[in-house]
Design a protein around this ligand. Structure first.
Ligand code: ATP
Ligand code: MG
Length: 741
């Protein structure tokens, strides 16, 4: 553990830098309010400001200011942000401001920081040294198994709901033991929680919420440790504070104690994780809990054109109960915001690709374009269109690299090598590829593990010893045990990448996937190779240097899993959900799927408060764009295999018409064959039957010209200026209009 005589070193540091460095670059490029925030001498600061007002920039410059000018040592800085991507970005921005200046700083996500604490203090935290992180997928399988073991009906107690119950309590800092029982409807969930805790403890597994809960408990329990870290991290800075949950806030309070100084930056209008326990009230609590905290507001937006900002301001203005901010910009109006009404999701994707092409042809970078959507399921159509167009892209979320089945299979072996007690890994590895260990054998092993309260690995050893199994089964089990032991021993001297390579061969995993695809092009073997590549590029951060390399890599894989695929695509078009786009910015943003029921999501219209959260998500989406914003919705969309007809999202109506430009004349939305069920129009009219300006004939009204159109699907209407009868709105599905030559 690093101990430092803080003050002496700090003042030496201070003198060194003051003597040698011109620090004006730390304040250049900041406006007066931002400078105020960067240089403030107040112990606690809250920066509450809208999107693109330079909050993150202030946070980074303040880190530089404190270390370069005030004399705070770099290792005294703890900076927390929301995603690994944002953390990398923050570190590189810090590095740019102060070369070599970030050594020893902790910059990461709450999860990453908690993980690091637990790795360094596993013993005090009550964990085995080789503990592993349990991702949400594995957690769900484990909960499922526990529900079965407890003899509960998984229709009445669905695993997903049980996992949610567990995580929600952990996020609030509650262990099973501290929850009051006696409620018939939740008691079974409590029982599942209790059993789940026991199994995780036995297997040395830590889920995402547990990382934080355990670190928090560690600090509360170990006075010496807490004291050490309080003295070390005198300066704590937190970005995206509006999305911290109760436990994260408690963690910050404990760590800051009476001596630390805390800066939080956030925007209540961008709180989008309420559904996962985030508490926007923390913003107000901060002013109450941190004495004399000073609030600074930033109101000028530097990111977006005036039109984009006007759209964002207008949409968010529909939310009640805001803390109230008005953003302004000195930027030019810029281009209008394009509104595209797509026929379906493929039409939408083709249009998105066309706009990207246009951007690139104009000299823009692919990486400056983002395609954002509400739900991961929407990415497929975009991916297909991009693939067809041969454009490089990168998807965040969706089925992420580290969550792909084949990659998880490989990781399961590695986890088991690192920690034999990892039951979740064992369950996954033992029969992938199949090796003749039958379901009955496995059930017997599980039963023994349950009865004797030991990990599966130990139960296997005891089964082999007891000789109760048929000899074929026993041999198969022994073979598996030997394989893992052998890989552990032989890999000890290898670097990570060759070690993984060897494992892929020895376990038969690579052959298994190659064989399954029978020589066809298959991404799965490529992904296994990619894992080897990722491992070869993996380098432990200096703080992880004390960790065993394999453990560090597995921790990285588990924590990164939520975010991206391999690095190499960094420069392509960026595809992600609105949630993962938080804090980022792009020159051109395409925001797809703006339909009622999709965005805002159907569920959000039924639960109080959720619609407001969706609207904040729209605000986040719109404010990601710097120069160009394209909004789109589709008349019909196939999602999860079901076709639905869409109506434009209410958020589109909230954008002032003055800044909108409809890219396609609306009449083109109306495919006569479709809206009229193909009956009245005849399919030959489907492609070009109706346009604005089209001459038409009607049985009752005579001849006229189409002058306007609105709606879609069964509600599509056109306005026809009839020579005799004057202007009339007609519903296409009923009107039986005939196009004229
Ligand atoms: P979000 O709420 O989306 O996280 P933010 O408030 O953190 O936004 P930043 O990302 O820090 O905003 O800044 C937005 C953009 O404006 C960045 O490109 C940043 O470099 C730029 N910017 C911020 N302040 C200034 C300034 N004073 N002069 C010029 N550019 C600035
Ligand atoms: Mg930011």
């Amino acid at each position: 553990m690093r101990q430092c005589s803080d003050e002496m070193e700090a003042s030496a540091h201070f003198r060194r830098y003051n003597a040698r460095m011109d620090v004006s670059h730390l304040l250049d490029g900041l406006n007066a309010d931002q400078r105020e925030a960067v240089t403030a001498t107040d112990r606690h600061l809250l920066i509450l400001a809208g999107a693109g007002s330079g909050k993150t920039r202030v946070l980074v410059h303040r880190i530089a200011w404190l270390t370069q000018v005030v004399g705070v040592p770099p290792w005294g800085v703890l900076a927390v942000t929301f995603t690994n991507k944002a953390a990398r970005e923050m570190r590189s921005r810090c590095d740019a401001l102060m070369p070599d200046g970030t050594r020893g700083m902790w910059i990461g996500t709450f999860h990453g920081i908690a993980h690091r604490l637990l790795r360094q203090h596993w013993q005090e935290a009550g964990l085995p040294e080789s503990f592993q992180i349990l991702d949400s997928d594995d957690q769900l399988r484990m909960v499922k198994r526990i529900i079965a073991d407890l003899g509960l009906d998984d229709r009445r107690f669905p695993p997903r709901q049980a996992a949610w119950f567990i995580n929600a309590h952990k996020d609030e800092g509650r262990r099973a033991a501290s929850i009051q029982g006696g409620n018939a409807s939740t008691d079974p969930f409590l029982e599942i929680y209790r059993a789940y805790e026991a199994v995780c403890q036995r297997a040395g597994l830590v889920d995402f919420a547990e990382l934080l809960l355990r670190s928090h408990e560690l600090l509360l329990r170990e006075a010496g440790l807490l004291d050490h870290y309080r003295r070390r991290f005198g300066t704590i800075l937190i970005d995206e504070f509006q999305d911290t949950n109760a436990l994260q806030y408690a963690f910050v309070r404990v760590l800051a104690g009476d001596t630390g100084s805390v800066l939080v930056v956030g925007d209540d209008d961008q709180s989008i994780y309420g559904w996962r326990g985030a508490r926007v009230e923390n913003v107000q609590h901060f002013l109450r809990d941190f004495p004399q905290a000073r609030m600074i507001r930033l109101e000028r937006n530097y990111r977006s054109s005036a039109n984009i900002l006007a759209a964002a301001n207008a949409v968010i203005a529909n939310n009640p109960g805001r803390l109230g901010k008005r953003l302004w910009t000195e930027d030019a109006d810029g281009e209008p915001i394009d509104l595209f009404a797509a026929h379906d999701e493929n039409d939408e994707a083709r249009y998105a690709v066309a706009r990207v092409r246009e951007w690139i042809d104009g000299g823009g970078r692919a990486g400056d374009c983002a395609i954002l959507y509400r739900s991961n399921a929407q990415s497929r159509a975009f991916e297909e269109a991009l693939l067809q167009a041969g454009l490089p892209y990168r998807v965040y979320g969706g089925v992420r690299f580290f969550e792909r089945a084949e990659v998880k299979d490989a990781l399961a072996y590695l986890r088991l090598i690192a920690n034999r007690a990892d039951d979740a890994a064992l369950e996954r590895a033992i029969n992938t590829p199949t090796r003749g260990i039958g379901a009955r054998t496995l059930e017997q092993v599980r039963a023994r593990a349950r009865e004797e309260a030991v990990p599966l690995w130990e139960a296997i050893a005891r089964e082999i010893e007891a000789r109760t199994l048929a000899s074929r089964a026993r041999q198969a089990l022994s073979g598996f045990v030997d394989l893992i032991e052998r890989l552990d021993a032989s890999g000890a001297d290898l670097e990570l990448a060759p070690r993984i390579d060897e494992m892929l061969a020895a376990t038969g995993l690579r052959a298994h996937y190659a064989n399954e695809s029978r020589g066809m092009m298959d991404a799965r073997t490529d992904n296994l190779d990619e894992l080897v590549t990722v491992a070869s590029r993996f380098s432990r951060s200096e703080e992880d240097a004390s960790m065993n390399e394999l453990a560090a890599f597995l921790g990285y894989a588990a924590l990164e899993a939520g975010e991206g695929q391999a690095e190499s695509w960094e420069d392509g078009i960026q595809l992600m959900t609105l949630h993962s786009a938080k804090g980022l910015e792009f020159a051109q943003v395409f925001l797809g799927g703006m339909e009622e029921g999709l965005f805002p999501a159907q569920r959000s219209m039924e639960e109080p408060g959720r619609l407001e959260e969706e609207r904040r998500l729209a605000y986040v989406g719109i404010t990601r764009a710097r120069e160009r914003l394209i909004l789109s919705w589709a008349e019909s969309r196939r999602i999860h295999g079901i076709d639905t007809l869409g109506a434009p999202s209410r958020f589109l109506r909230e954008v002032p018409p003055a800044v909108l430009r409809e890219v396609r004349p609306r009449i083109h939305l109306l495919r006569p064959a479709q809206v009229a069920g193909g009956r009245a129009m005849g399919s030959s009219d489907a492609a070009g039957g109706f346009r604005l300006g089209q001459r038409v004939r009607h049985a009752g009204f005579g001849e006229g010209t189409i002058v306007d159109a609105e709606g879609s699907g069964a509600h599509a209407r056109v306005q026809v200026n009839f020579e005799e009868a004057g202007a009339k709105w007609l519903v296409l599905a009923f009107a039986r209009l005939e196009p004229m030559a």
